[in-house]
Design a protein around this ligand. Structure first.
Ligand SMILES: Cc1ncc(COP(=O)(O)O)c(C=O)c1O
Length: 386
């Protein structure tokens, strides 16, 4: 059978028009009803009982995201962190250990530190961009959890190798695929057991809805996750499911433009006298470039770079752009910029930030899909204020 291609799936999966029993809508309706009436107490109508347990709009999105990740099952949540909460609480028990990648999204580290560890689950962070860091693994390790590309240094982790080592030790491997999106990378096809998304970012793509997803092809893992999606109740609302599905239909065209603009900006930044280091997995000088080229179909729309200046210079730069909004988050059509040491990573002690390479003069940008020339001029103008 010919595998239907990515953009076709992003538009059609979960939204096939029903011209036999329905009205033939070409987009999935927003089913706002919280409960579903039935004729027979033992037979829910088309399987639906109560929206927390299952909702047709959310289910359409769940089918779509599963398809795009090449997985069998998808689950949609109210945010990326609620998806992670269900993941950790479903698949781990007191006494289990987690190995996580080093420059993990701060909210994930906070969740592990403040909630998950309270129920007797331990964790440690390692630089998994060097797979030999998994040379010794505590016997109670049940999960290896990582992001690639990472935030904010865009380090790349070898998904196939880390998943293989995890499996050898009886551990589940989980990849947060938020930065790459399923358009550029499919971890399940490289051996990972579960994919996590903050759908708030590229999947939705318009900065107007929070959302999270878990995707897996493992039936047993899915059953546990699905049970706790309902038990914990952090589900995505029908309206947010609709918005996210609407955004997802243009993922491929958006990602192509994010990448095109980012690649051009990388060249511009590299040639600018005030720029120090540019971090982008597409650069041959990037320390994990070979792995990125092997496992990604594109290097994405995120760039980090240092400016040769002091704190005042960084603040001048950050407040001098017109199109790059100074804001946390990423993955929307509009360009965003943030200073990790002052914003997303400010909660991490300076010494630890320094050790992991998050210097005070580091800038992270989420390159939008505006016209390239305007973005270059915007950064050039702001650099002139440094
Ligand atoms: C890589 C990554 N994973 C997870 C999350 C958490 O997602 P949410 O903000 O949707 O809860 C974020 C949020 O910034 C993120 O950047």
């Amino acid at each position: 059978m010919i595998k239907v291609k990515f953009s076709t799936r992003s538009i059609h999966v979960g939204e096939e028009p029903d011209i036999v029993n329905g009205t033939g809508d070409v987009v999935r309706e927003i089913h706002l009803s919280t409960t579903f009436a039935r004729k027979d107490p033992l037979e829910p109508t088309r399987g639906y009982e109560y929206t927390r347990t299952g909702n047709p709009t959310r289910q359409a999105l769940e089918e779509k995201i599963a398809s795009l990740e090449g997985g069998k099952h998808g689950l949609a949540f109210s945010s990326g962190l609620s998806a992670e909460t269900v993941l950790f609480l479903s698949l781990l028990s007191p006494g289990d250990h987690v190995i996580a990648s080093e420059d993990l999204y701060g909210g994930t580290e906070r969740l592990l530190r403040t909630l998950v560890s309270r129920i007797g689950i331990t964790y440690e962070m390692r630089d998994l961009s060097d797979a030999s860091s998994l040379g010794s693994i505590p016997p109670n390790t049940k999960m290896v959890y990582f992001e690639t590309p990472s935030n904010p240094l865009l380090r790349i982790i070898d998904i196939a190798e880390v998943s293989r080592i995890a499996k050898e030790h009886g551990s589940i491997s989980v990849v947060d695929n938020t930065f790459a999106s399923p358009y550029f990378q499919n971890p399940l096809e490289m051996g990972a057991d579960v994919v996590v998304h903050s759908m708030t970012k590229y999947i939705n793509g318009h900065s107007d809805s929070l959302g999270g997803a878990l995707v897996t092809s493992n039936d047993d893992l899915y059953e546990g996750l699905k049970f706790n999606q309902n038990a914990i109740g952090a589900v995505m609302s029908p309206f947010d499911s609709y918005l996210t599905m609407r955004g997802l239909k243009t993922l491929s065209v958006r990602m192509d433009k994010h990448r095109e603009n980012a690649e051009k900006l990388v060249r511009f930044l590299q040639g600018h006298e005030k720029i120090g280091t540019v971090y982008y997995p597409g650069l041959e000088s990037h320390r994990n470039h070979a792995i990125a080229s092997r496992q990604m179909r594109g290097y994405g729309g995120m760039i980090s770079f240092t400016i040769d200046t002091d704190n005042a210079g960084i603040r001048n730069f950050a407040s001098s752009t017109r199109y790059f909004a100074l804001a946390e988050s990423l993955g929307g059509v509009e360009s965003l910029m943030e200073i990790p040491s002052l914003m997303t990573h400010a909660g991490i002690p300076r010494e630890i930030r320094k050790k992991t390479g998050i210097s005070d003069n580091l800038v992270r940008i989420s390159v939008g899909i505006e016209d390239y020339d305007d973005l270059q001029e915007d950064l050039d103008h702001a650099l002139g204020k440094v």
